[in-house]
Design a protein around this ligand. Structure first.
Ligand SMILES: Nc1ncnc2c1ncn2[C@@H]1O[C@H](COP(=O)(O)OP(=O)(O)OP(=O)(O)O)[C@@H](O)[C@H]1O
Length: 752
């Protein structure tokens, strides 16, 4: 470009020179030479050179001319500048003759200027210049073209480079995009599949739910009908059979006792005196008759025993079938709870609903409890103000009102309590005990030493923590319970599941814990502990727990713990806090106060300030118990032990008073007289024990089948336990069983 510019400049200069066709020669005095310069158009005619007189000689001019030749020559670009020998070219394409020129100059006075030649030269120069210009322009053009080409090439190369670069980049981006696209496609496919499978799963669940609902409904309806039918049937049949068989059994037992007495009378005297001959003869005849009578009596006795056994078994079986009459009901309840729990777990909507209902009900339940507290406080206040108890036949309108409020509050509380139990059962998947709030635990004792020595077989098994099996003569039987404690379960483990109920008693509930089972099956061990009390049972542990809770809450409540201790022996209630002789003459009556709490009029109630004090009272009471040695148990309890611990708590903030009662019962063992070898007094004891146990099972049966009438009053035991069975009470029953094969029949009966 720079070169092009220079050339363009010189060509412009030449152009200018050639265009100014008028030239002038100027004599330069100082340097005595002729300067040829272009004339401006207004200084003379064009194409003429001005003649100038030069002060120097011609030779000078000549020299000057010659010396200028190289200059002119130099302008000819056709010549090689380095070629000094080249000759100046004639503008008319003739060689200039320097000699001639010199001659002409010397022949004139006036300096001769070869005007024509100069003109020619100049024309030639102009022409040359023109040529040069053309050449220059061509070169210029060529250069410019080259330049353009180069620029264009450059541009194209740049474009190509850019194109290549961006093409690569584009390629990479495209690849990345393709990768992403691939990934997206894969993901889309995955999500499509997932959505599809979820939809399918949803549809399946919907169908299952609908089927489950339909099945539940049908099952529900079916069971409901069956339940009512079975319950009605069994209820009627059992009432009938029970009344009938009980009286038959009693009659038979009486007959056997009578026969036993006759047999005693007919026994020959131990020291027969020496009799006279006639007397001896008469005696012999009488003796023979008596022997015959005795033989007949023996047969009769045997038959009666057989009959008694049959009836006892039949009665127990009927009772238990009555119990198993609960099975449809229990099974129904369990099935319903299981199904409802399955729906609760599988259908999130159902779960939310049940959870929210539970929350709502918890709040309502709390307010129902508060209302009951309030109603109870009103009763207490009224009674305190008027210094008298409110009775059923009260005529004071205020008392009637207060009483009605209390009843209403109780009904309300019960209603919400039931709802709470139902909702909790659905959430946990465990059916409430078929006996309302009666929970039933089964405990298997280990084989004892004599059983081991005898080589007894362990016939009881527990396939899981809720089931127990007995390998009996009638085949393998299985039973379900709220919990099973096996022969290795410790006293701590047993109490762990019980301690919750102690808190309920302190909270103001009526709680009852009792043990039921065949004699020697471990009831006393469970309720009290071993003989040395090294391994204490429920009772001592409950005492500790009560005072532990009292200690924990003493800043909020003022507690008063009092206790009564009774035994029911041969249908007589005896106060264990007084000595046995005194107790025998003391009149004790079971009463109920306005709040439905059972109290024992005439029995000593002692206050205890600590667990130790309570335990000392308990030990004192135990000294007065009736215990006998039976074939089955060397220290068999021949009476029912009933301990009532009342916990009165006064709220230190609002002064409200709450009463809770913990009834702890160690029942005497159910037994078969023949097996225990009971005689006389013990037989009487056994009858009385069986009677009260039978009354207890009647109450539990009536409660479990929700009968309108609960036969509490049939026996003193059930009368005493009235406030702890049913209603708002919380009951825990231990069924104690022996694992030995020779007890299998009794074990089955206890479990049924
Ligand atoms: N789980 C057990 N672990 C160890 N020993 C036990 C267990 N259960 C019972 N026993 C022992 O078995 C024997 C009989 O038990 P226990 O006196 O408690 O029976 P029971 O059902 O109360 O009898 P009864 O009705 O005749 O009073 C006792 O010596 C007792 O220590």
């Amino acid at each position: 470009m720079y070169l092009g510019k220079k050339i363009r400049k010189s060509s412009v200069a030449l152009d200018h020179l050639s265009k100014n066709t008028a030239w002038e020669t100027t004599a330069v005095p100082s340097c005595s030479h002729v300067a040829i310069k272009p004339l401006r158009s207004d200084h003379g005619p064009k194409n003429h050179l001005a003649l100038v007189d030069l002060p120097g000689s011609i030779s000078n001019l000549q020299e000057e001319f010659q010396s200028h030749q190289p200059c002119i020559r130099n302008t000819n670009i056709d010549k090689d500048p380095g070629d000094k020998s080249s000759v100046f070219r004639d503008p008319l394409s003739k060689e200039i003759q320097p000699a001639k020129c010199h001659e002409e100059v010397t022949n004139h006075v006036k300096a001769f200027i070869p005007y024509e030649n100069a003109k020619l030269y100049i024309a030639q120069v102009a022409k040359d210049m023109q040529l040069m210009k053309t050449k220059h322009l061509n070169i210029l053009q060529e250069l410019e073209d080259n330049c353009h080409i180069a620029a264009k090439e450059n541009q194209e190369q740049t474009v190509q480079a850019i194109r290549d670069r961006y093409y690569n980049k584009m390629k990479m981006i495209w690849k990345t995009v393709e990768l992403y696209q691939d990934k997206i496609e894969k993901k889309n496919y995955y999500f499509d599949v997932l959505i599809k499978s979820l939809r399918n799963e949803n549809d399946r669940l919907k169908q299952e739910k609908a089927a489950l609902n339909a099945k539940n409904k049908t099952e529900n309806d079916k069971w409901e009908k069956e339940k009512n039918k079975i319950l009605e049937l069994f209820s009627k049949k059992l009432d009938l059979l029970h009344t009938h068989q009980s009286s038959t059994l009693q009659e038979l037992q009486m007959a056997r006792l009578e026969l036993g007495r006759v047999q005693e009378m007919l026994k020959p005297p131990d020291n027969p005196q020496v009799l006279s001959g006639e007397e001896t003869h008469k005696g012999h005849t009488k003796e023979k008759q008596l022997e015959g009578a005795q033989a007949r009596l023996e047969i009769l006795k045997g038959t009666l025993y057989k009959r008694e056994r049959e009836i006892t078994e039949f009665l127990q079986n009927e009772n238990n079938r009555g119990g198993s009459g609960q099975y449809p009901c229990g099974a129904l309840l369990r099935t319903l709870v299981e199904k409802a729990h399955a729906v609760y777990c599988e259908v999130s909507g159902a779960r939310q609903l049940v959870d929210s209902k539970t929350e709502e009900n918890t709040v309502t339940l709390a307010s129902a409890k508060e209302s009951l507290d309030k109603a109870q406080r009103s009763v207490l206040k009224y009674e305190k103000d008027n210094n008298r108890k409110i009775t059923d036949s009260d005529r004071d309108p205020l008392a009637i009102d207060i009483h009605r409020n209390l009843m209403m509050a109780e009904v309300h509380l019960r209603k919400f309590d039931i709802v709470q139990v139902a909702l909790e059962s659905i959430r946990k998947g465990t059916a409430p005990s078929c006996c309302g709030k009666i929970r039933v635990f089964c405990r298997i004792r280990p084989l004892n030493k004599s059983e081991e020595a005898r080589g007894s077989r362990f016939v009881v098994g527990c396939p899981d923590e809720y089931s127990v099996t007995v390998d009996s003569a009638r085949g393998l039987k299985e039973f379900q319970f709220d919990k099973i404690f096996n022969s290795t379960s410790s006293q701590e483990e047993v109490f762990e599941d019980t301690s919750r109920l102690i808190q309920s008693a302190v909270d103001g509930y009526n709680v009852c814990i009792f043990a039921y089972g065949q004699t020697g099956s471990g009831k006393t061990f469970t309720m009290i502990g071993d003989k040395e009390l090294k391994s204490s049972g429920v009772m001592p542990r409950a005492f500790n727990r009560i005072f532990h809770i009292v200690e924990e809450n003493k800043t909020k409540f003022d507690f008063k713990v009092s206790v009564y201790m009774l035994e029911l022996y041969n249908e007589r209630l005896l106060d264990l806090f007084v000595n046995p002789n005194e107790a025998f003459n003391k009149k004790i009556e079971i009463k109920k106060d306005k709040k439905g709490l059972v109290f024992v009029q005439g029995a000593e109630t002692k206050e205890a300030a600590s667990a130790e004090a309570l335990f000392a009272l308990f030990k004192q009471g135990c000294m007065n118990r009736h215990i006998a040695s039976t074939k089955m148990n060397v220290e068999s309890s021949r009476s029912h032990l009933i301990i009532g611990v009342t916990i009165e708590s006064t709220n230190l903030t609002n002064g409200s008073v709450t009463y809770g009662k913990l009834s702890l019962v160690d029942l005497a063992g159910s037994e078969r007289a023949a097996k225990t070898g009971a005689k006389d007094e013990q037989l009487k004891e056994a009858n009385s024990i069986n009677k009260s146990l039978s009354a207890l099972s009647d109450v539990i049966f009536a409660l479990s089948t929700e009968q309108s009438f609960i036969p509490y009053r049939n026996n003193k035991l059930t009368q005493l336990m009235q406030d702890s069975l049913g209603g708002n009470a919380k009951t825990l029953m231990f069924v104690n069983i022996s694992p030995a094969d020779y007890n299998a029949e009794e074990t089955v009966i206890s479990l049924m």
